[in-house]
Design a protein around this ligand. Sequence first.
Ligand code: GUN
Ligand code: ZN
Length: 446
Amino acid sequence: MTFSDRLPSDRTLVRGRVLSFKRRPQGAGDKGAYTYVEDGLVVIDAGRVTDVVDAREIGRVGGKDVILHDFSGKLILPGFIDTHIHFPQTQVIASYGEQLLEWLTRYTFPAESRYGNPVFAAAQARFFIDELLRNGTTTAVCYGSVHKGSAEALLAESERRGTAMFVGKTAMDRNAPPDVLDSAQSAYDDTAALIADWHGRGRQKVVITPRFAITSTPGQLEALGSLARAHPDCLMQTHLSENLEEIATVRRLFPESADYLDVYDHYGLIGPRSLMGHAIHLTPREISRMSESGAVAVFCPTSNLFIGSGLFDYKGLENGPHPVRIALATDVGGGTSYSMLATAAEAYKVMQLKGQKLSALEAFHLITRGNAEAIGESDLGRIQSGAHADLVVLDSSATPAMAHRLAAGNSDIEEELFVLMTLGGERNVCEVFVGGQPQGMRQATG
Ligand code: GUN
Ligand code: ZN
């Protein structure tokens, strides 16, 4: 059982089985890629991890007024990071029967139009961050709606909660209904104002966000490209080569471009800060350009399966002659789960269909340190001195099926992680710490 207790000292300690990655695992069994302390204490001061020690050292790291959160036996991991999620699609998730372009028209654009109302957007922001935390996700890279106020609502809520969120106002100035359109100028002005007001304010960051080539005019891409050049520390996020009809439409709209990636490249939007959602149907030229530029291909398995977009070539991109950086994401509401555990499970299945393997070590590295590296955040996604104390505490036996599976015995940490990603979800999340503060998930989940 978990409980909190006060000892004589002045910092926060979290006790449990502490797992953190040092580098990308080469595959199953790569024990050198991680540190694992069977009975450990995460030592936290002023929102940051200062040490990870064996629990026997409690006398040394304790002191006056220390708060001890005792999760003995539970797994403590860095809070999960979701690198692609749509804030205004929480009521789009699980919409029936369409592929990308019809799905956008029928469900998504109407739902996003409601985020022009700031009161509605603020209420949705509370739900959205609650839902992320319930699933152990402490940082996400988010698309807002076209309305600047939607990004502001989410950034303000994140600031209130102390989470680190990366948020963009989605830019789209054609091929959608008028109530979800901006213009080249207003997208530039609104994004520039968001950057001025919010980028680097506390833990919040602003992302330059052209939705995709179909909904941006050349003038808008040009404007956002110049903004990206002026703010090289901002991430840029968009969608790339998700669906065959989408790709054919981009070809028609930009006949002078070599391919889909080249549309963004032409406007200076491609580089190591670029997060390219989906990137399923890439040509050899696009792969080599992705590799050369350092742009990140964001694998969104539940979405790619649900919208019927295709099978991401993870190992082909990772180990090909032109290696591409890869991140993992839910893509809610095209995606069907907020859980990075469930997302890892679907990634595994997609890779099985491609004759590839995703080991539990690679998956857990991806949803923590790997995704942090993809977004260039060296103080996230790891439990080590100096990192933000964003943690998730997991009970691998939270459901009867999981407890029963693990009771077969002889499970090492890798096997436990594989069971956790394959069968797990929000029910496994016992607690989440944001900047060292417990979020009270046990009360929330009962
Ligand atoms: N392409 C352009 N917009 C979207 C979106 O909202 N979701 C997905 N999955 N693909 C997109
Ligand atoms: Zn998306």
